[in-house]
Ligand binder design. Structure first.
Ligand code: SF4
Length: 338
C-alpha cells in the first residue's frame, strides 16, 4: 500500500478514536479473531505499549515475532522494524498500523548510496545498525545493535577496512572503543537523538548532582557525556551508555534515586513501570519521534479490522538480509537495538 493510500484510510472513520475501555476490549477481541500478536516498541505512546502483548526494543520484538505461534504480527513501531520482523518470519503476515511511519536514520542511506560507498572501498566489511531498510541490510555483511556494535567490529580482522553505517554517533562510540583507524563512519543521524545535545545534558547533570545518566549511544550528547566523565565534571560511574533494552535492565538494578534519561521520551513509560521508586527525567522533554507517534489508537484499530498496512519484502532481498541479521545474533550479546 502506498503512503497516500494509507493516509486516506487512516483519515475519517478512525480519526479521534479514544483509547478507552471499549477500545481496549475491541483491540483484544480483534487480535484474537485475527490470530494476531501485537508488538509495541518502547517509543510508542503509553496506551499502545499497555495494550500490546509484548513491549520492547526492535531486536527483542523481532525475536518474539519469529518465535510466536500467532500467524499475524501487528508491529506498532516504524517501518524498518516491521521489515526486520518479516525478514525473520517470512511465512507470517506482518502488519504495521500506518506504513507512513518511517525513520530519519534509516532514510539517511539507501542501497544505491551504499553500493557506491562499497565501490570506493573494495574488500571492506560492511557493518549496519539495525535501523536500516531491508535493501541496505541485503548489501550488509553483519548487522549490529547498539549493545553489540563494539563486539561486532572487534570480531573483524584488524587489517580489514570497515564501513559502519548509518549512525555517526554510534559509529564514533565504536571507533573510540575499538581504537580502529580503518573504520569509516557514514554521516547519518536521527533527528530526535541528535537533538539531545551536550549543553543540555551538562546543565541537567549539574542541576541533579546525584542523578545517574542513562544515555543511548545514538544521542548527540553521548560523546559529551563521555567527555564530561573524562574531564571529571561528572563521575564516570554515573554515566551509562545503554541500548533501550539495557536501560530497562539497569533501571531494575540502580541504587540511584534519580536518573536522567537521554533517548526518545516514550522510553520513560517502561522505565517508570520497571522501577517505580526511581525518579526518571528526560534530558530533553521535546525528544519525541513523530514517526513512532503515527501509530495512534485509531490506526491500530484500523489495522486489526482491515488487515492493513501489510509489509512485504522481496524474497531475494529478504534472504540476503537474513544472513546479515543472523550473523548479528551470533556475535556477543546482541541485547537490544533502539
Ligand atoms: S527516534 Fe529516530 S531512529 Fe528512532 S525511529 Fe524515530 S527517527 Fe528513527
Amino acid at each position: 500500500m502506498t503512503a497516500v493510500a494509507s493516509a486516506e484510510h487512516t483519515a475519517g472513520a478512525y480519526d479521534g478514536v479514544v483509547p478507552d475501555e471499549a477500545w481496549r476490549d475491541e483491540v483484544r477481541r480483534l487480535a484474537t479473531e485475527r490470530d494476531a500478536v501485537i508488538l509495541a516498541h518502547n517509543y510508542q505512546i503509553p496506551e499502545i505499549q499497555d495494550i500490546a502483548h509484548h513491549t520492547g526494543d526492535s531486536l527483542a520484538l523481532s525475536r518474539i515475532a519469529a518465535t510466536s505461534e500467532a500467524s499475524t504480527i501487528v508491529f506498532c513501531g516504524v517501518h524498518f522494524m516491521a521489515e526486520t520482523a518479516k525478514i525473520l518470519s517470512p511465512d507470517k503476515t506482518v502488519l504495521i498500523p500506518d506504513a507512513r511511519a518511517g525513520c530519519s536514520l534509516a532514510d539517511s542511506i539507501d542501497a544505491n548510496q551504499l553500493r557506491a560507498w562499497k565501490a570506493e572501498h573494495p574488500g571492506a566489511v560492511v557493518v549496519s545498525y539495525v535501523n536500516t531498510t531491508a535493501e541496505v541490510k541485503a548489501e550488509t555483511d553483519i548487522c549490529c545493535t547498539s549493545s553489540n556494535a563494539v563486539e561486532v567490529v572487534a570480531s573483524i580482522p584488524a587489517d580489514r577496512e570497515v564501513l559502519f553505517l548509518p549512525d555517526m554517533f554510534l559509529g564514533a562510540h565504536v571507533k573510540r572503543e575499538t581504537g580502529r583507524d580503518n573504520l569509516h563512519v557514514w554521516a547519518g543521524e536521527c533527528h530526535v537523538h541528535a537533538g539531545i545535545n551536550g549543553t543540555e545534558l551538562a546543565e541537567r547533570a549539574a542541576a541533579l548532582p546525584d542523578a545517574e545518566l542513562f544515555i543511548h549511544p545514538e544521542c548527540g550528547c553521548a560523546t559529551s557525556a563521555l567527555y564530561l566523565a573524562g574531564e571529571g565534571a561528572v563521575a564516570s560511574e554515573r554515566v551509562k551508555i545503554l541500548s533501550t533494552g539495557g536501560m530497562l535492565d539497569e533501571a531494575k538494578e540502580t541504587k540511584s534515586r534519580s536518573v536522567l534519561v537521554a533517548t526518545e521520551v516514550g522510553m520513560l513509560h517502561q522505565l517508570r513501570k520497571a522501577a517505580p521508586g526511581v525518579d526518571f527525567r528526560p534530558v530533553n522533554d521535546r525528544a519525541s519521534c513523530r514517526y513512532m507517534k503515527m501509530i495512534t489508537p485509531g490506526a491500530l484499530l484500523r489495522s486489526l479490522r482491515e488487515g492493513t498496512d501489510e509489509v512485504n519484502v522481496d524474497a531475494n532481498i529478504a534472504e540476503r538480509a537474513r544472513g546479515a541479521v543472523q550473523r548479528m545474533v551470533e556475535i556477543g550479546r546482541p541485547g537490544g537495538g533502539e
